[in-house]
Write a protein that binds this ligand. Structure first.
Ligand code: SF4
Length: 491
């Protein structure tokens, strides 16, 4: 049962959503019949059709839903190897070998919603919901910065304790919490849909990306998972959440699906339709796409036995097809997945991932405990430390990045996309990745990670010197300045 205060707040938000629904002129761009028809029409495509789509994908202009459906419907294991190879090529061409790292920070878990798959749902008494105090928040941030993190995604439930003013206050507090040389330089946000005016408030406090997952694009499944009288019950309020964020001037928005709720092929086309609609209206698609799979949560049968489970093999296909379809949109892999699978799928197109994560509210203060089921939304598959994960990335030939320069230099939204499309990500983002990685090695790494990390940097600088000697000389000079004590240098 909601308390009278919670009920009152929920009723007011619900009335606001109803007014919005009545006034919104945009047309629902998820045309289910069309998506279903496309999937049926492209079933079991001939090799030649797949080859044609892959050749278009290699031009880096993206794919439309019909073309993506040809890939999704491929049944031939040998041809899938070609799709994976194309996805790897595209990732290498657009992103090079850098992987951006961040950490999730759960600030508040009380929620007035009742999503069937979520451990934080209001009626789930088995999970204790709580909100960090200002002191606890600062303590969590200090632990994260002590581990070397520079980028966070903060997570809030939809509840009067974590309303827009609370979000702004806590984000300001995070930016203001310094820890010697440690600091958070980019705060991305995962929270419920807001009004345009509320998004403007968030823009004012300097957020990075705003992330709202539709969870499922399939209307009937959405209705089943999100009870009608809850705030999350409105499909359209959520579907256009990021349109409103962009209207408010938030350049970088992020979409996602919770895989396991409905057919994965349908959901991938839903994501592509969403990306295309944002691009049609605002000239730029989402900054990132996330593709979490349902993981078990305490006292939550839907999460423990998903209605449409996605196998590891199909999960790889989701990533590869998205990489081909939206080459300039970042793809985020999360610690929900097991270490071995993470290692396997990163080359297929992943550009960002979290590491060293804890997802209980206050979980970083209890780092020793990997799982705190009665305080978590779901269970994590990878609980290794950031340092351990970074060492593995270096072994696999990647450059870990904590870079926040693009955002602070105004390379966001349309500006970022035009920049990315000219292939310049490699020329700015890779040297910036090296600079932030150097910072990590100097200030936070274990000796073993420092050793392999320095070799990774040396090998990169040598290659870069052959390609762009002048720029490489500037980079070398910056690296020397960092060794002498300077920090936060970037192109
Ligand atoms: S998924 Fe989000 S909105 Fe739904 S119950 Fe969980 S925290 Fe609340």
């Amino acid at each position: 049962m909601l308390t009278p205060e919670e009920e009152d707040w929920r009723e007011k938000r619900l009335a606001l959503i109803r007014r919005y629904e009545a006034a919104e002129k945009r047309e629902d761009f998820i045309k289910e019949e069309k998506i279903t028809e496309i999937l049926a029409r492209t079933a079991d495509p001939p090799r030649a059709a797949v080859a044609e789509v892959l050749s278009k994908a290699r031009e880096l202009h993206g794919l439309n839903p019909e073309e993506a459906a040809v890939l999704l419907n491929c049944r031939d294991a040998e041809v899938w190897e070609e799709i994976f190879a194309t996805a790897r090529q595209i990732k290498e061409a657009v992103y090079g070998n850098r992987i951006v790292l961040f950490a999730p920070l759960y600030i508040s878990s009380p929620c007035v919603n009742n999503c069937a798959y979520c451990g934080f749902r209001h009626t789930n008494a088995a999970v204790n919901k709580r909100t960090l105090t200002a002191e606890e928040l600062a303590a969590e941030v200090r632990i994260l910065t002590q581990n070397g993190h520079k980028r966070l995604i903060v997570v809030y439930g939809e509840h009067p304790v974590s309303d827009i003013d609370f979000m702004c206050r806590t984000i300001e507090k995070i930016y203001a919490t310094k820890n010697g040389r440690g600091e958070i330089r980019r705060v991305n946000v995962n929270a419920a849909p807001l009004t345009v005016a509320e998004y403007r408030q968030l823009k004012e406090v300097g957020i990075g990306t705003y992330q709202v997952f539709q969870e499922t694009y399939h209307h009937e499944t959405y209705r089943k998972m999100h009870p009608a009288n809850t705030l999350k019950g409105s499909y359209r309020w959520r579907l256009f959440a990021l349109h409103r964020a962009m209207e408010a001037g938030i350049d970088d928005v992020a979409i996602g699906v919770l895989f396991g709720l409905y057919d994965w092929r349908f959901e991938v086309l839903g994501l592509i339709c969403h990306a295309l609609d944002l691009e049609r209206e605002f000239g730029v698609g989402p900054h990132t796409i996330s593709f979490p799979r349902l993981e078990p949560a305490l006292n939550t049968p839907v999460a423990s036995a998903p209605p449409y489970p996605v196998s590891d093999a199909d999960f790889k296909k989701v990533i590869a097809v998205l990489r081909c379809a939206v080459p300039y949109t970042g793809l985020i892999l999360t610690c929900r997945e097991r270490p071995t699978l993470r290692r396997e799928v990163i080359p297929l197109g992943v550009s960002q991932t979290d590491a060293g994560s804890r997802i209980a509210v206050g979980g970083y203060a209890q780092m020793a405990r990997e799982h705190i089921p009665d305080r978590q939304q779901f269970q994590l598959g990878d609980t290794r430390s950031l340092d351990e994960f970074i060492r593995e990335l270096c072994e696999d030939g990647y450059i870990p990045s904590f870079c926040t320069a693009g955002y602070r230099a105004g390379r966001t939204g349309c500006h970022f996309m035009s920049f990315a499309k000219k292939g310049l990500v490699k020329n700015f983002c890779l040297p910036n990745a090296v600079l932030t990685f150097k910072e990590y090695l100097l200030d936070y790494a274990t000796p073993a990670t420092r050793e392999i990390g320095e070799k990774t940097i040396a090998a990169y600088v040598e290659r870069f010197a052959q390609q762009m000697p002048q720029r490489a000389a500037v980079l070398k000079e910056m690296l020397t300045r960092m060794e002498a004590g300077e920090r936060d240098l970037y192109f």
